[in-house]
Design a protein around this ligand. Structure first.
Ligand code: NAI
Length: 798
């Protein structure tokens, strides 16, 4: 054979990474691992173990302790015991520990990479070059935050004991994303790795020992979903951070609703990979290889939906098929392998089933001619074309090396298709026109958008979802806030329980009791929907009384229908988010001016409910508060990150969408404006439920906003019984977030009822907020809850 012929036919020889060290490590542990609790290995209380296997050949790697509720309890106690010592350590000392962990991860990097590949089945090239270096980077980056914490977050304290539950697709990387920010901010941790991939977390436990980390700061309890559930339900856990399926995320939201546990969820995705006709198609194909065949497609942000402009679809598909034919699939420890093994048989079956369903739905399936290894769990790279946008394979996360393709004609159609799932984790946009790419990026509902690149991650750039992909961010400054709370808030007193006037189901609004028929009513107001005064659908009203029991007037008794109308009006007013920040600021200033002109009459009316002194203070402070948010409207900027690649990442603070606000009772006017204004200032549209104590305020407010050029529908006000209205708002799929500032029961109800579309929930947990103190009741803390960060990665250079 001539050299020229060899060049053409040249086969890769085997290039296996040596597993000797990893096997020696397993052997040192007798192929059996206990929990890591209080800095030492501890036998599981029930004495139960399960197997973890190598998915590349199905062979058992080791026995792993199955965590019971008793084991979880021991770990939580250990984390609690370590909490005050760790929290009060100087920032510099904490930073040194994180720095030491980062160094040790680098020192043991090859062992970690090999072990990860053996336990997970991912190609060694990926664990060695991507996962483990990013793990080290996370600890370095957060060592820096630990150092700067007191200067940068002087008012914040850690949550306390954090329960963390992670999946199997990036076992050690997800551990780093969870543990690094948590311990940098002074929390102690109980982490449960996924049952398929516990080994690197256990090696990490040894790294903590080697770094001299105080006992109990990091605890690792292994086990399955039941172990995770025990952690979620443990009463002494202050926060749960979860990454995994949307289904389990929902269960965790429901299970934590009636507790004060903070919650962050990083869930599934069905991310669009959008290619315009002017894209560099060869680069696009390489990007796509990373987008969907990286880690066998078992990536929450995998570019699993290819949306192609119609004019290039044929040529792009041909290029993709050519490239797919060169992908090498096989033993993951082989350094020349592109696609390794699927993590477990159950996942392999799931992929097969979904692809079969897609084909039954009418998709065409194409796979290159590849020979799969005889043993182990493998699935070939797969292309599904002619996929209907409503097909299961266009809507559901497959979590395998399967690409579903669709076409579009115009940028607007691309955006519509891209946003046509319940998810919103990530997206890729490929176009040589920066104008088109950024225009589209801005309209996509996703926490990360990669322009002409894909699957780039860095500790400095927050990662997390919109919509049913979850809430909260990991990484960046915003990621730290998930693990801290304002010190005053943690110790704020609880509000007294509110009298529930009409529990949600006890009184159906369609048959509501007739309203008050007392004569000589001072005042009646209407609802405010879509910029217009509206009569309530029920035709009924509720009486409003002064502090001395005198009847002040009637407010409409809003019902489900009114809330639905208000939500529809709010969705139609989405252009408020696109108004310039300057324009929003002007509208807010104008409303402050109008309030100022009417301060005496409004204070006079309010005084009947809260007394002269409070009424005067509320009105004065309300003017100031609107001014503050008018000031903030064009200053709550994002950031530009410099990740260690040739990229800038534009971190944009985006409005969440439509926000339902249950306004506080304690200060009917000031509380209303303190909660509604930050949401409006950053471009959300709002449905506000004023305090039951004084719903007549609606009359003053709609006059105020009518004369301030606020577009109709940007703010809608529905009065009525909070418990009823909260239910409809929280369960409404077109509402993106719920804020509740009532008592403890309404906080729990808001969380429990928002499970359906996993809308973001922010509550006061039933705690009293001093609305009269601007240091506590206004500013960044509110604006951060009113926005979500979208990171748009833009490459530069040739
Ligand atoms: P999963 O959501 O069941 O597992 C993730 C973690 O949650 C594991 O540690 C598991 O033990 C734990 N867990 C399970 N049930 C729990 C419960 N009731 N309470 C607390 N913790 C619980 O995901 P699974 O079954 O491994 O994968 C199924 C599908 O989920 C995948 O095919 C994929 O579509 C999706 N998934 C998404 C991930 C992501 O990163 N977005 C990661 C893993 C899975």
């Amino acid at each position: 054979m001539s050299i020229a012929e060899k060049f053409v036919s040249m086969e890769y020889g085997p290039a296996p990474e040596d597993s000797k060290e990893a096997v020696a490590w397993l052997e040192r542990h007798g192929y059996r691992f206990q929990h890591f609790i209080g800095g030492a290995w501890q036998e599981p209380v029930a004495g139960e173990y399960f197997d973890t296997v190598d998915p590349s050949n199905g062979e058992k790697l080791a026995s792993i302790a199955q965590g019971s509720a008793a084991d979880v309890d021991a770990a939580v106690k250990s984390a609690r015991a370590a909490s005050s010592g760790w929290r009060t350590l100087s920032p510099h000392r904490r930073a040194r520990y994180l720095y030491a962990i980062a160094r040790l991860v680098q020192k043991h990097s090859r062992l970690l990479a090999v072990l990860e590949t053996m336990d997970n089945g991912k190609p060694i090239r990926e664990s060695r070059d991507i996962d483990i270096p990013l793990v080290a980077r996370h600890f370095y980056y957060h060592a820096g935050w630990a150092q700067l914490l007191e200067q940068e977050f002087p008012e914040f304290v850690p949550c306390g004991v954090v329960g963390q539950i992670i999946p199997w697709n990036f076992p050690l990387l997800m551990l780093a994303w969870k543990i690094a920010p948590a311990i940098a901010t002074g929390n102690t941790v109980v982490l449960k790795p996924a049952e398929f991939t516990p080994l690197t977390a256990l090696l990490f436990a040894e790294i903590c020992q080697e770094a001299g980390l105080p006992a109990g700061v990091v605890n690792i309890v292994t086990g399955d979903g039941a172990t995770g559930e025990a952690l979620v339900k443990h009463p002494d856990v202050d926060k749960i951070a979860f990454t995994g399926s949307t289904e389990v995320g929902r269960a965790i939201r429901a299970a934590t609703a009636s507790s004060h546990k903070r919650l962050s969820l990083e869930l599934g995705g069905k991310s669009p990979f959008i290619v315009f006709e002017d894209a560099d198609l060869d680069s696009t194909v390489e990007g796509l290889v990373d987008g969907i065949w990286f880690n066998q497609g078992q990536v929450c942000c995998a570019g699993s939906r290819l949306l192609m402009q119609e004019s290039i679809a044929e040529i792009l598909i041909a290029k993709i098929q050519d490239r797919m034919s060169t992908l090498r699939i096989g033993a993951p420890l082989d350094k020349a392998i592109d696609i390794g093994a699927i993590v477990a048989k159950v996942q392999l079956d799931r992929i097969r089933k979904l692809v079969d369903q897609g084909v039954a739905d009418g998709a065409t399936c194409w796979q290159p001619q590849v020979t799969l290894p005889a043993r182990g769990f493998y699935y070939p790279p797969t292309l599904l074309s002619n996929v209907h946008p409503t097909s299961i394979v266009a809507q559901q996360e497959i979590f395998g090396p399967v690409l579903a393709t669709m076409t579009f004609r115009t940028p607007a159609e691309a955006v519509e298709l891209a946003n046509n799932t319940v998810y919103g984790l990530a997206a890729c946009v490929w176009s040589e026109s920066i104008n088109v790419a950024l225009h589209v990026a801005a309209q996509i509902k996703a926490g990360v958008v990669w322009v002409n690149c894909t699957n780039l991650f860095d500790a400095s750039c927050g990662f997390g979802g919109y919509r049913e992909s979850g809430y909260g961010r990991e990484g960046g400054r915003e990621g730290l806030l998930e693990y801290m709370e304002p010190a005053w808030f943690k110790s704020a007193p609880m509000l007294p329980a509110e009298r529930v006037v009409a529990p949600p189901d006890a009184r159906d609004e369609d048959s509501a009791a007739p309203g008050v028929d007392t004569p000589a009513i001072d005042r009646t107001v209407k609802l405010y929907i879509g910029g217009k005064q509206a009569r309530p659908d029920s035709g009924y009203s509720m009486e409003v009384r002064a502090a001395d029991g005198r009847l002040l007037g009637e407010a409409p008794l809003g019902n489900r229908k009114d809330i639905r109308n208000a939500v529809e009006a709010a969705r139609k007013a989405a252009s408020w988010a696109k108004a310039t920040a300057h324009n929003r600021a002007q509208v807010l200033y104008y409303s402050a001016e109008n309030l100022s002109q009417r301060r005496d009459e409004i204070a006079h009316r309010l005084a009947a409910v809260v007394g002269d002194k409070q009424a005067a203070a509320e009105v004065e402070l309300s003017i100031e508060r609107i001014f503050s948010y008018a000031a903030w409207a064009d200053k709550f900027d994002g950031a530009v990150h410099n990740p260690p690649f040739r990229n800038v990442a534009l971190a944009m603070n985006e409005a969440i969408g439509t926000v339902g606000v249950i306004c506080p009772r304690e200060a009917p006017l000031l509380g209303f404006l303190s909660t509604v204004m930050p949401a409006l200032a950053v471009g959300n549209t709002v449905i506000a439920i004023p305090s039951e104590a004084y719903p007549l305020i609606t009359g003053d407010l709609y006059q105020l906003f009518d004369t301030s050029d606020l577009p109709g529908g940007a703010l809608n006000i529905v009065t009525g019984y909070t418990s009823q209205l909260l239910k409809t708002l929280a369960e409404h799929d077109d509402v993106d977030a719920i804020w509740s500032f009532g008592d403890e029961a309404s906080a729990a109800a808001a969380k429990a009822m928002s499970v359906g579309n996993l809308k973001q929930v922010w509550t006061n947990e039933g705690r009293a907020i001093d609305w009269f103190n601007p240091k506590l009741a206004e500013g960044r803390w509110f604006l951060e809850h009113a926005t979500q960060v979208k990171n748009i990665w833009v490459p530069y250079g040739e």
